[in-house]
Design a protein around this ligand. Structure first.
Ligand code: ATP
Length: 297
């Protein structure tokens, strides 16, 4: 009988782990809200090692061939630099993130990461090098520990706590009756938008990526939480190449470079101060947001 039970038990374990990984993959795709549309090239190689230099070369893209969404977008982000992408709703900001994570391939031009065309490397190696903090984080129905450690399976408890401290969620977690073992998600503790985002940031830190991709939440967080999150993002991304898809201009003031998209085109590029001085599209966006803010207050 034992001989029968052991394999059955192992089968049960295998089933659970397969089911869990499927849920994880599904959740990941759901997190990023996109289908997996591209396949590895037959001769795809792993992404070569490198410091995290990103280059968009005249990238064009259309979801529907009749309607271009990105046209001729070029920029270069040196290792450790921060690029913020801003622009009106529908300008194509999130699309840049989706191309970078290779949910789609550009229709023209190319994207180079540490010198390699990302369409020629394996998706697994590309995605291992990039940590995404999505707009709306979906948490697993599991413990906080699991939800953070998901960034790097096998991470120790101490590593999880370190990441949580950097993401400024540790004190909150430590104050819960069950601490890191607290259940979250639909069947557990409901976290606020800001708390969920901090769990996502901790997860991203743990991944030790070559590039952070932050898709800022469009839904308004209260200004205190917003400031705290922006500050943790700045600390966390120091020294690591970072792309921020910014929906609020207050996030971008500290970026090394700001790329202003309008109708799929990069219409301006520069620092906050330089773009204000230029008095063009960015200055107009900034003035409009300040006015909205004043009106709200
Ligand atoms: P927002 O600030 O509102 O998030 P955005 O600048 O990030 O906007 P994108 O999400 O990149 O804009 O969308 C750019 C354009 O592409 C929009 O017109 C949008 O309707 C369209 N689009 C986005 N996703 C898809 C899709 N999966 N299929 C077809 N069209 C899409």
């Amino acid at each position: 009988l034992l001989q029968l039970i052991r394999p059955l038990d192992r089968l049960g374990q295998l089933y659970r782990s397969i089911k869990q990984s499927l849920t994880d993959v599904e959740q990941m795709l759901e997190l990023l809200n996109q289908p997996a549309e591209v396949a590895d090239a037959p001769d795809a190689v792993p992404l070569p090692a490198g410091p995290g230099r990103l280059r968009f070369e005249r990238v064009g893209f259309a979801y529907d061939p009749r309607r271009p969404v990105l046209r001729d977008v070029s920029f270069e982000l040196p290792p450790g630099g921060t690029l913020a992408i801003v622009g009106p709703s529908g300008a194509g900001k999130s699309t840049i993130g989706r191309l970078l994570f290779r949910f789609y391939d550009p229709t023209s031009g190319r994207i180079l990461f540490d010198g390699a065309d990302i369409s020629s490397v394996t998706q697994a190696s590309l995605r291992a090098a990039i940590a995404v903090v999505p707009q709306d984080t979906v948490l697993f129905n599991d413990t906080i520990l699991y939800n953070i450690a998901f960034g790097r399976p096998g991470a120790s408890r101490a590593e999880v706590e370190r990441a949580a401290r950097l993401a400024r969620i540790h004190d909150f977690v430590a104050g819960l009756p069950d601490g890191y073992d607290s259940l979250v998600g639909e069947r557990g503790l409901k976290l606020s938008g800001g708390e969920k985002q901090r769990v996502a940031i901790a997860r991203a830190i743990l991944k030790r990526p070559r590039l952070f991709l932050f898709d800022e939440a469009t839904s308004a967080l209260d200004s205190h939480t917003e400031l705290a999150i922006q500050q943790s993002l700045r600390e966390v991304s120091r020294g690591t190449t970072t792309v921020v898809i910014a929906h609020r201009l207050s996030t971008v003031v500290h970026a090394d470079e700001i790329l202003v998209l309008e109708d799929g085109r990069a219409v301006e590029r520069g620092t906050h101060a330089a773009l204000l001085a230029r008095d063009g599209a960015y200055a107009a966006l900034w003035a409009r947001q300040q006015a909205d803010r004043d009106a709200a207050e």
